[in-house]
Unconditional design. Structure first.
Length: 482
């Protein structure tokens, strides 16, 4: 029995019912229906009030028929017909002395049913309207209602009518059904419009971003897979532009790492043979340096210097390309002695060189050998750039840790060095340099969880800052500018 596994490089596709578009469609219908439901209850309650008010108006018109009858009396057959048109069991004025004195008669069926519930429309609150309408819709029997109110065209004539509840409830349910049908149609139309709008404005751009990410993940080095940002000025347009920048940055980083890896492989292969060649050349140069002729000795000195630079270049390049992130052995030590030790380890120090060590009160928890390597590179770079005064100062940070500032009085970094700072083989400030010193310093700082950055550079000197998160200093903590 064999089992198949999905390719991890393939994008996971969701079903249409679980897609973002389908969820937006369902949510739109739900919210519109919810809004219509909030309108439904007041609408049905208002319909019930209008229904009863129409019955009161019809009852007032029926009473006007009594004006044409002698003694405000009509036959029972006429009364039944009038009440049937009104849809009531009985109609009667509630008080005497109204605006139409003749309307004092009463219209009743031969056997009117007994009243079960009374309602007074003149003193009904909004909450009572909602409650009575909701209760009427839930009932199934046909109660007899006594409704007190005032006809709209006879404001001075209070009336009471009795009528059945079932016809009113059926009319309310028909009205409610029409509202629900209309709400459903509105919901579908609104959801469709919102669906296509969001599909055009949001979903399709998101699918484009996702497809670009998936394609880039498969082959990050393919420049044709970089997303082409649209001209949109909204958040998605910003996301497209930032994704394009991110893809380009990652691609360049991968290409650089690939070149470094190839360089490291090549250096590893030729390192042994190169050592033999340089050793032979060094022996010959040493013999030439012992020659009694001054011209030969001067030429030998130049050859020896060139050989030393070649050895240093090969060793530095090999070390950088092979080591990667250095493993750390953390110990607690003082920065002051380590700085003095790094300065003393330099083979060639000018006589007028001065070291100002202001970090004796700072203690850090770091890898002493790796930090020594970083400080040695910083000191060597400063001296090779012609510095005569180098100051190390430890600054405690408000956020915790110690910032070690290294300031020299050199001539500053040229524009090319500033533009390619911390870039291996590109950020050297002097001819023949590899640019590995600062790259290694930043790598060591990052391995400790800190940073390495250029603070300032000008014609009067350059300042670098090495930040270590695990450190203590007796000085007053302060905030340093980024």
């Amino acid at each position: 029995m064999t089992t198949t596994q999905s390719d991890s490089n393939q994008p996971v596709s969701s079903s249409p019912l679980r897609s973002l578009s389908a969820r937006l469609l369902v949510l739109t219908i739900f919210f519109v229906m919810l809004s219509e439901l909030l309108i439904f209850v007041p609408s049905v309650a208002q319909f019930r009030m209008s229904y009863l008010e129409d019955k009161l108006a019809g009852a007032a018109l029926a009473l006007l028929a009594l004006e044409a009858a002698p003694d405000n009396m009509v036959s029972q057959d006429l009364a039944d017909e009038l009440l049937q048109n009104v849809g009531a069991y009985s109609v009667m004025p509630m008080v005497k002395g109204h605006t139409s004195p003749k309307l004092e008669g009463v219209l009743r069926l031969r056997l009117p049913p007994a009243v079960e519930v009374k309602f007074d429309l003149r003193n009904t609150s909004t909450w009572e309207m909602f409650r009575d309408a909701f209760a009427a819709c839930l009932r199934t029997d046909d109660r007899v209602l006594a409704v007190n109110g005032v006809a709209s065209h006879e404001p001075g004539l209070p009336l009471q009518i009795t009528l059945g509840e079932r016809p009113m409830r059926e009319a309310m349910l028909r009205f409610g059904s029409r509202i629900l049908e209309t709400s459903l149609i509105i919901s579908l139309i609104t959801a469709t419009l919102v669906y296509f709008s969001l599909q055009w404005l949001l979903v399709r751009p998101m699918q484009r971003l996702t497809a670009s990410m998936v394609a880039f993940r498969r082959d990050p080095e393919d420049a044709s897979l970089t997303i082409v940002p649209s001209r949109r000025e909204d958040e998605l347009g910003t996301a497209e532009r930032e994704l394009a920048r991110l893809q380009e940055t990652v691609r360049q980083a991968l290409l650089q790492r690939a070149r470094l890896a190839a360089l490291g492989t090549a250096m590893t292969k030729i390192n042994h043979d190169l050592k033999n060649i340089l050793s032979t050349a060094r022996l010959v140069s040493d013999r030439l340096a012992e020659n009694p002729l001054p011209e030969v000795r001067r030429a030998a000195a130049s050859v020896l210097s060139a050989l030393d630079r070649a050895v240093k270049l090969c060793a530095g390049t090999l070390a950088f390309t092979r080591e990667g992130a250095p493993p750390l052995i953390l110990t607690r030590f003082s920065l002051g002695p380590l700085i003095a030790e790094a300065a003393a380890a330099l083979p060639h120090v000018p006589e007028d060189f001065q070291l100002e060590n202001m970090a004796h009160d700072a203690t850090v928890e770091a890898d002493r050998d790796q930090l020594f390597r970083a400080l040695l590179n910083l000191t060597r770079n400063a001296i090779e750039a012609g510095t005569t005064h180098l100051r190390f100062e430890a600054i405690p940070l408000e956020t915790g840790g110690v910032a070690l500032e290294v300031a020299d009085n050199g001539h500053g970094l040229p524009p090319r060095a500033r533009d390619n700072l911390f870039q291996p083989f590109a950020g050297s400030a002097r001819p023949g340099g590899t640019g590995l010193g600062l790259a290694i310093c930043r790598e060591i700082a990052r391995a400790h969880g800190g940073t390495m950055q250029l603070v300032s550079t000008s014609g009067t000197g350059t300042v670098f800052r090495l930040t270590l998160p695990r450190g203590w200093c007796a000085s007053t903590p302060r905030q340093v500018a980024e």
